[in-house]
Ligand binder design. Structure first.
Ligand code: 6GU
Length: 254
């Protein structure tokens, strides 16, 4: 996948892409990231990329000409690329959106500064995304969040091919508790069952723990959950109660 990032602070992207799984994905060729400095497309002696808002008010607004010029240049190399503006006014990012983006060949991430981008840029944009209900100084960290979440979904990037699939959120549940060595740490034991080697029992335990955790911490996520009758039996057997609208799975409808 090729990701072009348009920003006035390209250096912000450097070190997060040089570590861990993202770096490995770049080395393996699964991911390519190109940072483009919007200022390189700005005109005049001062190469201004922002200006005061018409109508008055606080802050500065990003000028349309350098952004559209930068976008046009990128799009000549990547015709048909999906262009995303990162802005707190955008649609809230989710794992589902990461999964959809991971299927695309090229994406372009345009980083807005928080005061805003001239509205006439909108016709060059396919989607506007926000990463949550808080305000960042600019879209660069949001672009990195998108790159990170999408990269781990690209084929061959994670060692274990199904570890992305059984992830937190992939089926709307939080992850079960995990343990590694030592077996005893400051008086706390690893649950016996995890040492049993019984993979069926272990995966059932993990499922039940996932549901318990989700119920306690993020009950909102259970609204969309869909459990099989076998899973429901397992939950009932472990004393996990769910409200009827949640318990009713697809196979109850006919
Ligand atoms: Cl994409 N940009 C800014 N500036 N703030 C944000 C955001 C994006 N998402 C959440 N807050």
């Amino acid at each position: 996948m090729q990701v072009d990032v348009l920003t006035i602070f390209p250096n912000l992207l450097v070190s997060p892409l040089q570590e861990g799984i993202i770096q490995r994905a770049i080395v393996s060729g699964a991911l390519e990231v190109f940072a483009h400095n919007i200022r390189d497309h700005a005109l005049g002696k001062h190469a201004m990329t922002d200006d005061r808002p018409f109508g008055g008010g606080e802050g500065m607004v990003m000028k349309p000409e350098p952004i559209v010029a930068a976008l046009r240049q990128v799009l000549t190399q990547r015709p048909g690329a999906h262009v995303i503006l990162l802005t707190p006014q955008g649609r809230q990012y989710s794992q589902k959106m990461a999964e959809d983006l991971a299927k695309k060949e090229h994406i372009v991430l345009l980083c807005g500064r928080y005061e805003g981008v001239d509205a006439r840029v909108e016709e060059h944009i396919d989607a506007e995304i926000s990463i949550g209900d808080y305000v960042l100084t600019g879209g660069e960290l949001a672009a990195l969040v998108i790159i990170d979440s999408v990269t781990r979904l690209l084929p061959g990037v994670l060692g274990c091919s199904d570890s992305a699939e059984c992830d937190t959120f992939s089926r709307g549940l939080l992850k079960y508790p995990q343990y590694t060595r030592p077996r005893q740490f400051e008086g706390q034991e690893v649950p016996e069952l995890l040492l049993s080697g019984d993979h069926k029992l272990i995966s059932q335990w993990r499922f039940v723990e996932s549901v318990k955790r989700t119920k306690a911490r993020r009950p909102d996520l259970l609204q969309g959950a869909n459990f099989s009758s076998q899973e429901r039996k397992l939950l009932v057997g472990h004393g996990v109660e769910l409200v009827e609208s949640v318990v009713a799975g697809k196979d109850d409808l006919h």
